[in-house]
Design a protein around this ligand. Structure first.
Ligand code: CDV
Length: 353
């Protein structure tokens, strides 16, 4: 059997200010893609809403101003400002995950990412963020950092759909090579899944992909470390503690969920201090199916984080501890899809016999 090896990268992007020129930001992405090409990388993951600053932190009174942060149309790959990135992906034959704010042809707004196949020269898959954090209305406190994703985006309507990426690994099994009744775990073109930022904190999202045999999850993110109104004020913290905790939670969910679904993951941050004051963690990372971080960003700037990964390593978990077929007990999981919020057991009587 062909060893299913891949060289992959997270392309972390540092600060992008509110008034940044989109063409210049795309040039920063192009530079990272050129570095990826020089290192023989086959697949690059860029962050959430990569082309602009993370605009949902602002309230826009002028719709025309808001629109500058969206990419218009169902297929953005020929939009003038961003086209150079897709042209380079195609000429270099490097596949990409890219996040952006999508304004559809019929005027709807989504927080979206696409998987663009540099091999095929077209979009292979699209995902729209399902777990939108934050609020619709700004916080009353004028000092608060807002997260108005519920105002600007609809929850994603494309589900969690895994897909196979063709031509990334030569010589793998194709349809017809293996009898239909044979167990085909760990063969064929790589099975990929996409999430966006807050989705990575929800085990349901990972399990949806896990159930489709996913081998590599890609996630772009914008995570502030000091948005107190958003995270709550449960205990006083120094800035150092708040920052350390935001990193800890990011690493925790990437490692734990990669392990529990026996898949690799790549996470790519929009990092740094936008406008010199809006903090975002870095921590772009590549995690193994055993839950170990095998490569991680060292800076809060533009940085390419690379690793060689062997997709066959997913088999150990998928065939043993997390062989879902043998060990899952769906008859005990009905609350997960029938109930959204928490329903606690009733309060106890004053005296419990
Ligand atoms: N862009 C995000 O989805 N950010 C959230 C923050 C706001 C909690 C995150 O989960 O990182």
């Amino acid at each position: 059997m062909t060893p299913r090896m891949l060289k992959v990268a997270a392309a972390q992007i540092g600060a992008v200010n509110r008034d940044a020129d989109k063409k210049e930001t795309v040039q920063r992405m192009v530079k990272l893609l050129e570095e990826a090409r020089s290192k023989g990388v086959q697949l690059v993951v860029f962050p959430e809403t990569t082309f602009t600053t993370f605009f949902p932190r602002f309230l826009f009174e002028d719709p025309a101003e808001l629109e500058k942060y969206f990419e218009q149309g169902d297929d953005i790959t020929t939009n003038q400002d961003v086209k150079p990135l897709f042209d380079l992906s195609r000429s270099s034959k490097i596949d990409m995950y890219v996040g952006y704010a999508e304004r559809t042809d019929d005027g709807r707004g989504f927080n979206t990412c696409i998987y663009y196949s540099g091999q095929k020269g077209r979009i292979l898959s699209k995902y729209r963020k399902i777990h939108l954090p934050g609020t619709k209305e700004p916080f009353a406190d004028p000092e608060a950092i807002n997260q108005l994703e519920k105002r600007y985006f609809e929850p994603g309507n494309l589900g969690f759909k895994a897909f196979r990426a063709p031509d990334l690994i030569p010589g793998v099994a194709k349809k017809g090579d293996i009898p239909a009744e044979a167990k085909t775990i760990g063969q064929g073109d790589p099975i990929l899944g996409m999430m966006i930022c807050n989705d990575r904190r929800w085990p349901e999202a990972w399990r949806m992909y896990g159930l489709q045999g996913v081998e590599l999850i890609m996630v772009g993110y914008n995570t502030p470390w000091n948005a107190k109104h958003l995270f709550g004020f449960r205990k006083p913290m120094t800035d150092e503690q708040a920052e350390a905790e935001a990193y800890y939670h990011h690493k925790l969910v990437m490692e734990a969920n990669s392990y529990m679904n026996a898949c690799y993951s790549i996470s790519a941050a929009r990092a740094g201090y936008d406008d010199g004051k809006f903090d975002l963690i870095s921590g772009s990372a590549i995690v193994s199916p055993n839950g170990y971080t095998i490569a991680q960003a060292k800076t809060i700037e533009d940085e390419l984080v690379t690793a060689d990964i062997g997709l066959d390593d997913c088999r150990q978990g998928k065939e043993t501890t997390f062989d879902f077929d043998r060990h899952r007990r769906t008859e005990a999981y009905s609350l997960i899809t029938s109930q959204t919020g928490v329903v606690e057991p009733e309060l106890l009587a004053a005296e419990v016999p």
